[in-house]
Design a protein around this ligand. Structure first.
Ligand code: NAD
Length: 272
């Protein structure tokens, strides 16, 4: 039976990491619009996180939201975030591993600290949050309001596929996320837990301001995008909600690429 598109997540609770900015913010708002309760995770700027939580509650009379500070790369802070989420909402049904960052450098200049920081947040952070989510899914068991026992989205990137000079720590972290997601899906599918990734192309957020803030930068960027526009956070929010809804119940262990065609080798367009 097709569910009301605005109530697809009613009765469920979602943690979105790094949800006070960019893609995570829009994913959190979108989950709330489909009636999920939302934990708005953040590491800096608590006011922005409170604002997202407030907006969720004012957009929808059903959805509730709280802002919870936690560094996703720290085991104790991740465990505390899940404890607070469960105390507040009873359980967790959906995890969106969104928090991520870049620390760019030419390969020969990249410090161990730059390498480690990106791996810790982008890859280890997804491991730590997923493990806590899975522990909760397994101890809670199946509920009537969802086909799956629990759902996880890993926010990856087109750079799980496209090598990226000058950003080797970032590309390595997203390549790692791809096999983290697939291996979790293989192991946890039999337990009713659905795991997938979203790989955004260029989405207009603070993480890539250099790539879109001048007309010249945008023109250069558009050369890499066959569909000829930069992505918006709403392009990702819509896919994320659908992907954790029962409408997508048979989608498991795959990456949904949302990139306007960036992965189509656009450099070959004129060379047929
Ligand atoms: P953003 O900088 O707006 O958001 C990143 C969020 O992660 C911020 O809220 C930040 O505070 C948070 N964060 C960073 N370190 C954290 C930590 N240790 N613990 C908790 N939160 C932390 O950037 P964005 O573009 O919205 O990026 C979101 C995700 O999407 C990232 O994983 C990024 O790699 C991925 N992505 C973005 C694009 C793009 O073009 N914008 C493309 C592909 C993938």
């Amino acid at each position: 039976m097709r569910q009301n598109p605005n109530h697809r997540l009613a009765g469920q609770t979602c943690i979105v990491t790094g949800a006070n900015s960019g893609i995570g913010k829009e994913v959190a708002l979108s989950m709330g619009r489909d009636c999920a309760n939302v934990v708005v995770n953040y590491i800096t700027d608590p006011a922005a996180a409170e604002e997202v939580a407030h907006e969720i509650e004012s957009n929808d009379a059903v959805a509730k939201a709280i802002a919870v500070k936690a560094d996703v790369s720290k085991e104790d802070q991740v465990q505390e975030m899940f404890r607070v989420a469960k105390q507040h909402f009873g359980t967790v049904d959906i995890l969106v591993n969104n928090a991520g960052l870049q620390r760019d450098a030419a390969f020969q200049d990249m410090t161990l600290a730059q390498w480690q920081f990106v791996i810790d947040v982008n890859l280890t952070g997804q491991f730590l949050c997923s493990r806590e989510a899975v522990r909760e899914f397994l101890q809670r068991g199946k509920q009537d309001y969802s086909c799956a026992v629990g759902k996880i989205i890993c926010m990856s990137s087109v750079h799980e596929i496209i090598p990226w000079a000058g950003h080797i720590n970032y590309a390595a972290s997203k390549g790692g996320v791809m096999l983290l997601m697939k291996s979790m899906a293989q192991e946890l599918g039999p337990k009713g837990i659905r795991v997938n990734s979203i790989a955004p192309g260029a989405i207009q957020t603070p993480i890539n301001r250099d790539a879109w803030e001048t007309p010249e930068a945008l023109e250069k960027l558009n050369k890499l995008i066959p569909y000829k526009r930069i992505g918006q956070t709403t392009d990702i929010g819509a896919v994320a909600v659908w992907l954790v809804s029962d409408e997508a119940d048979y989608i498991h262990g795959t990456t949904i690429v949302v990139d306007g065609g960036m992965t189509l080798y656009p450099g070959f367009t004129e060379n047929g």
